[in-house]
Design a protein around this ligand. Sequence first.
Ligand SMILES: Cc1cc2nc3c(=O)[nH]c(=O)nc-3n(C[C@H](O)[C@H](O)[C@H](O)COP(=O)(O)O)c2cc1C
Length: 242
Amino acid sequence: MPKEMVGEFSEDEKDGLYRAIYTRRDIRSQFIDEPVPEAVLSRVLHAAHYAPSVGFMQPWNFILVKDRHKRALVHDAFKRANAEAKLLFSEDKRAQYSGFKLEGIMEAPLNICITCDKERFGPVVIGRTAQPIMDIFSSVCAVQNLWLAARAEGLGVGWVSIVKTEEIREVLSLPGKILPIAYLCVGYVSHFPEKPELESAGWLPRLPLEELVYSESWGEQCKTSWPELHTAIASEKKFVKK
Ligand SMILES: Cc1cc2nc3c(=O)[nH]c(=O)nc-3n(C[C@H](O)[C@H](O)[C@H](O)COP(=O)(O)O)c2cc1C
């Protein structure tokens, strides 16, 4: 028997965490017209702010966008970028791509832009010396915290990346040193789809985890070098109670 683990969550607590992880969805089509109460929004923002960050630099800001005119400008920018994006796909995929709804900018009552200030506490930050991109990764950690906390609150979040950053920069008056990292649509939903919409539509499948986990070096599948783990991963799909 393993020793009692310090800090281990109770079964119910684990269920809650894994439920948030496995039932989180990217939401574009299911927003309902219902404002997000300040207390809920505050909890979700606090969760984002407790993300890990390189050297504790906390490079993020959260720009809350409710204004319909500003959102319409971002939506126009999406439409331009999406028209360009469509042409990048092969002809056989283009029709299906055009059928996807890839943003909920106007339907969601709230948009949030999470940014990265590359100069915060800089120029030298612990952990960012060899890999300067770590500040951006830190802001992305905040995005994920927000996304999961939102799910626990029953809020949907959709990430819109089909917009040129220069256009977001202009609409939100971002100073030059501030990078827009994620433009998110946030709101209550009619339902959370069970699977990613791109999976349900047959665009791409979820990859089998056991083929993605390597042991010791690139390409070394656990199947041969760590068969017990391979079996455990292949048989355990989700850790959440039904
Ligand atoms: C960095 C990033 C950018 C994304 N950009 C878009 C986007 O522009 N439009 C969109 O519809 N979904 C976008 N998504 C959502 C993904 O398509 C979605 O996460 C994926 O299909 C898996 O679905 P799920 O999030 O519901 O599990 C983005 C997700 C990430 C992580």
